[in-house]
Ligand binder design. Structure first.
Ligand code: PGA
Length: 253
């Protein structure tokens, strides 16, 4: 099964560093196995340059967020139409850092996922429980609720157009940093699969459905997740911003 690596650069790199990094990564792109898909998600201000650098390479580009309307009086927001015109193919929606810092709700994530799908961009829908929810045994409930509220009412005829990212908040390096065990990730994959079957039916889910894991993925643990047969890949934050570490991750996937 082909694997996908999504690099979430967050706000770690300034424009100059992001461009230098992208140029180097482009030169080293031969380490990417033909069955591996690589998506880089830089900051909005670097998006245009990074799309240009990776043009006509196997490396694809995603945004870290999007607004839920295409155009209008929305001060400070960024349109999906611009992302699309730059050549961006993926958008991370519902990241826990946005839920926490900007109080994004499942409804907001729903609207963002919808606008991506309408415009042919692939939303990388992040879900995940926090430590307290995990500790009190509410994990499955939280995940089922997040995913159902985000996807309900969104018609999907091809689940290849969506990626679900399981990112437990406690596992993200900036907020705890204990990576989830492969057993937990495998179990959550089953939970997500059942929610998708409820929403879209067995047939659709059995043909295609992609879940990636994110949270302190590094060169030391990448193999553990990639060996999981049903997990489609990883979402990597901090470790994706250091070229030597990221190259090791790419080689080991
Ligand atoms: P991390 O971040 O790899 O630094 O834990 C992952 C993410 O937040 O997407």
């Amino acid at each position: 099964m082909s694997k996908i690596i999504i690099a979430n650069w967050k706000m770690y790199l300034n424009i100059e560093n992001a461009m230098q990094y992208a140029q180097q990564l482009k030169r080293l792109a031969s380490v990417i196995k033909s069955e591996t898909k690589l998506v880089v998600c830089p900051s909005f201000l670097s998006l245009k340059d990074i799309c240009k650098i990776f043009e006509e390479t196997v490396i694809e580009v995603g945004a870290q967020d999007v607004f839920w309307e295409e155009l209008g009086a929305y001060t400070g927001e960024v349109s999906v139409l611009d992302m699309k015109s730059l050549g961006c193919r993926y958008v991370i929606v519902g990241h826990s850092e946005r839920r926490k810092n900007f109080l994004e709700t499942n409804k907001v994530v729903h609207d963002k996922a919808r606008i991506c799908l309408k415009n042919g961009l692939i939303p990388v829908i992040c879900i995940g429980e926090d430590w307290e929810e995990k500790r009190s045994g509410q994990r499955d409930y939280v995940l089922i609720r997040q995913l159902t509220e985000i996807l309900q009412g969104i018609e999907i005829t091809n689940l290849d157009r969506v990626i679900v990212a399981y990112e437990p908040v406690w596992a993200i390096s900036a907020g705890g940093g204990i990576s989830a065990t492969p057993e937990e990730v495998q179990y959550v994959h089953e939970v997500i699969r059942h929610v998708l079957i409820d929403l879209y039916g067995h047939e659709l889910v059995s043909t295609c459905f992609r879940m990636v894991y994110g949270g302190s993925v590094d060169r030391e643990n990448i193999e553990l997740y990639c060996e999981l047969p049903h997990v489609s890949g990883v979402l990597v934050g901090s470790a994706s911003t250091k070229l030597d570490i990221f190259l090791d991750i790419i080689k080991r996937i």
